[in-house]
Design a protein around this ligand. Sequence first.
Ligand SMILES: Nc1ncnc2c1ncn2[C@@H]1O[C@H](COP(=O)(O)OP(=O)(O)OP(=O)(O)O)[C@@H](O)[C@H]1O
Length: 354
Amino acid sequence: MPFLQLSGLTKRFGDVVAVEDFSLAVEKGEFVSLLGPSGCGKTTTLQMIAGFEQPTSGHIMLNGRHLEEVPARNRGLGIVFQTYALFPHMTVEENVAFGLEMRGIDKKERARKVAGALELVQLAHLAKRYPRAMSGGQRQRVALARALVIEPELLLLDEPLSNLDAKLREEMQLELRRIQQEAGVTTLLVTHDQNEAMALSDRVAVMHHGRLMQQETPFHVYENPKSSFISTFLGKTNSLTATLKTTNDEGSALVCNGMELAGPPAHLRPGPITVSLRPERIEIVEAGEAVVSGPVIERIFLGDQWLFRIETPIGPLLVVRRNRGQREPEHGETVHLAWTPHHLRLLPKEDEAA
Ligand SMILES: Nc1ncnc2c1ncn2[C@@H]1O[C@H](COP(=O)(O)OP(=O)(O)OP(=O)(O)O)[C@@H](O)[C@H]1O
């Protein structure tokens, strides 16, 4: 039996179905992200696990116990919110010690555990500080130490890094992963930030309209999205409308804006489909090798990479190239593009409306 098992979890608020028939299994020590756009039901799912919301139906099992009947305070979970929720009148060590005090842990043991938790988040030197005299990143570490000090069976993180600026957020992502692995704690993270979910998680569970759409490793979800919603939500992609003409074990034939294209074998019926082509899969080639050609209509330098938008007969294509310090096409210059057919992902058309 998995360490955490959500089975058929559903939550309705009046007419609104916030979470629908959501099932997910998480193994001990695993880091899983619930990823999805605003309003897809991520927080509601976390709140049901935490015990702040009652499921309309479904079950939550943690380490062999049914959690539905257990009051929030007795679930023994570590929780970190976006706002950190530190006590402003308490020092860092008092904040971290609070949960232990509530549990009646004696002073000596408390001091030992607090020291260990502050060590883990690398804040031992700031134990006597007050939260107001700390940066956002440091406060976030205090919140983490406070959640981890009780040695929770499960750590729940609700958008914990979204109040930090971009650079600090990236640093804290690495930190969060290190801390989670060192503590070995099973972790569920709620985020709408695909980079964060990919950087941190063993597995990503993508949600849309209260439902679980796909749950696999970040690499697998990125490379093999099940729907066009997922392919556009996770990373950048070129989404093309096409018609699948024929398919067999060798490959498929597509028509996109009147142009014939070769694709990989498809598990779809002939007819309208969506084709996803990742920008980093498109190469700039010589005229003779081109699948499509067209002028550069946008050219953006991002330091480590270049983004180009090329006007082609199958529509504008986004192309990403690693900056290697070499000459890159100019605005208006005609470029020739190619890709291998098996890099196309053929997805059902209906998904777009979902
Ligand atoms: N207490 C509530 N009463 C009524 N509707 C609610 C309540 N809480 C959430 N909802 C609705 O349920 C849906 C899911 O909300 P939820 O907060 O779980 O989404 P989310 O994916 O976490 O979004 P965000 O990232 O914006 O917080 C939304 O349509 C929301 O308006």
